[in-house]
Design a protein around this ligand. Structure first.
Ligand SMILES: NC(=O)c1ccc[n+]([C@@H]2O[C@H](COP(=O)([O-])OP(=O)(O)OC[C@H]3O[C@@H](n4cnc5c(N)ncnc54)[C@H](O)[C@@H]3O)[C@@H](O)[C@H]2O)c1
Length: 361
């Protein structure tokens, strides 16, 4: 049904399947090869492999070589210290130390979970950080504690405000995870633009067109040839696309992300960030402080089953709930290996050789 999205999938021709465990070792080795401490390399590898396992290929292991170069050229401070600047029983303001964003966001969610375990709620906002990858990872960290997790991050401008003709906002994603019982957990992880910008870059690498609605020229014309780089000549649409279809709501959500991540932390809103920076916000909510956890999960199951049972539109396979596509991908990829785009596979191997670390893939 969704031809454009199908074209963006990795397949036997454009990718190579590798076992997740080998990818983890490779990513960790490359990061350690540029001086990342073992524990930080392991956390980063775990998050990147998790994204690749879940089919979020734009934010997975393929980016590891790029991060290693940013560490090598000093853009990321490594080793880094994640410092608590101020805190209360429920809140903390952290600095990611201008290091690997994954480490600050991970620590931020750990602190949110610790605080929620004591008081019911925990919230952190994290400044001085770089790319955190798949925001959903941090929200999902709450699930194993029977908590609801929320994570957001802002980024450099790639998206226009509703009615605007220039990029002013990042793709500023929102991730929300809530545990179910027998059904799969609800995991909404979405850019506040029509899609994450990585999907446009992926379409460009794969040589396939993008659907109308993802991006427009500065004159407002739809773009279907995926553009390269950023600039004033094109911009991405906020979620909704046109004013009639609700672009003002995607725009508003994006600014909300900027406020929690960038303004509350003091790290800066989208247009104040340098390329590759992400300021992040996390929250954990302890369900047991509100009601019996099993009752909560049973009601989640009822809701998810009802949604799945909705009659589908002609041509659609069926109604899904957020997190379903990624859980399906994870099942397949855990059993059959993780597809890595050909060019990124070559790049990872080359980088390992260049850094004189073991080649695992
Ligand atoms: N770090 C950053 O700077 C940054 C910026 C933007 C996006 N991202 C990440 O990019 C990734 C991709 O974002 P995206 O917006 O392109 O995601 P997407 O459009 O592929 O999916 C968004 C959400 O929709 C759900 N979904 C998909 N099909 C569905 C259906 N039929 N019914 C119900 N739910 C459905 C998915 O489970 C997911 O939770 C995310 O992991 C996000 O965190 C990161």
């Amino acid at each position: 049904m969704f031809v454009a999205l199908e074209r963006l999938k990795l397949n036997e021709t454009n990718s190579v399947r590798i076992p997740a465990a080998d990818l983890h070792k490779q990513v960790s080795a490359i990061l350690q090869g540029v001086g990342t401490p073992v524990d930080h390399a392991e956390i980063t590898a775990k998050i990147l492999v998790s994204a690749s396992l879940r089919g979020v290929d734009t934010h997975g292991v393929g980016n590891a070589a790029g991060y290693s170069r940013l560490i090598e050229n000093g853009t990321y401070t490594v080793p880094q210290t994640v410092e608590v600047i101020s805190e209360t029983g429920t809140t903390a303001l952290l600095s990611c130390g201008n290091g690997i964003g994954f480490i600050g966001a991970h620590r931020g969610m750990e602190i949110s979970i610790e605080k929620a375990g004591k008081t019911g709620l925990g919230m952190t906002t994290i400044r001085d950080g770089h790319h955190i990858g798949m925001a959903g990872y941090y929200a999902m960290m709450a699930l194993e504690h029977d908590m609801i997790g929320i994570a957001m991050t802002n980024a450099v401008p790639a998206v226009r405000p509703a009615l605007g003709a220039r990029s002013m906002l990042g793709t500023n994603p929102i991730a929300f995870a809530a545990p179910a019982g027998e059904e799969r957990d609800f995991v909404l992880d979405m850019a506040t633009s029509t899609v994450a910008s990585g999907k446009i870059a992926l379409a460009r690498r794969l040589g396939v067109p993008i659907p109308e609605g993802w991006a427009i020229t500065a004159e407002g014309e739809a773009i279907t040839e995926p553009p390269g780089g950023m600039g004033d000549h094109w911009t991405m649409n906020p979620l909704g696309g046109t004013r009639e279809q609700g672009s003002h709501k995607g725009y508003g959500l994006s600014v909300m992300v900027d406020i929690l991540c960038g303004v509350l932390s003091g790290g800066g809103f989208s247009s104040q960030l340098a390329t590759g920076e992400n300021m992040t916000w996390t929250m954990a909510i302890d369900i047991s402080k509100f009601r019996d956890v099993d009752d909560f999960k049973a009601m989640m199951d009822d809701m998810i089953r009802e949604l799945h049972a909705t009659p589908a539109l002609p041509g659609a396979d069926g109604v899904l709930v957020a997190g379903d596509p990624e859980a399906d991908a994870a099942e397949d990829r855990t059993a059959n290996g993780v597809p890595v785009e050909n060019s990124q596979y070559d790049e990872l191997r080359r980088r390992a050789v260049q850094l004189d670390v073991e080649v695992f893939i």
